[in-house]
Write a protein that binds this ligand. Structure first.
Ligand SMILES: [Ca+2]
Ligand SMILES: [Ca+2]
Length: 146
């Protein structure tokens, strides 16, 4: 299953000199929200269901801009990490930004240094409040979810 590609992710501060409020963006659609509660309520137009599987944060301890990856094809990951349930080969404009992340729906995520699941990786993790602790801050460019 593919976690849908980035669509028009707007970066905080783009085009402005001042620090912007955090933006909370969702894959599948070129839409960002001003709160995480709005992300929680998000469903893409025309889909009966969409399930968030992984939420990436630009800051430590689940802070700052967010980028949510989900699927309209599966509603949870299998219990085993021996199979890939979903994938995102290119985190787009969120590449090299993730500093903490959390997974949902029984998923674990493996972050990769390069697009296309290349370079070093984290191994499967349920979450991380601070990717500095494993030397992976601002490195992730693709991920597998299992
Ligand atoms: Ca970051
Ligand atoms: Ca990288």
């Amino acid at each position: 299953m593919t976690i849908s590609a980035v669509g028009g992710l707007a970066l905080a501060g783009a085009g402005t000199a001042a620090a912007a409020a955090p933006r909370h963006c969702v894959a599948d659609i070129a839409t960002c929200f001003s709160s995480e509660a709005q992300v929680d309520a998000f469903r893409p137009a025309g889909t009966a269901a969409w399930t968030e599987l992984v939420r990436l944060y630009d800051g430590y301890n689940y802070s700052g801009d967010t980028y949510s990856l989900g699927s309209s094809e599966i509603s949870s990951c299998t219990a085993s990490t021996g199979n890939v349930d979903a994938q995102a080969a290119n985190l787009g404009e969120f590449r090299n930004r993730t500093s903490s992340f959390v997974t949902r729906e029984r998923c674990d995520a493996k972050l990769f240094d390069h697009t296309g699941f290349g370079g070093g990786s984290t191994g499967y993790l349920d979450h991380s409040t601070d990717l500095r602790t494993i030397g992976f801050n601002n490195k992730a460019e693709s991920l597998l979810s299992s």
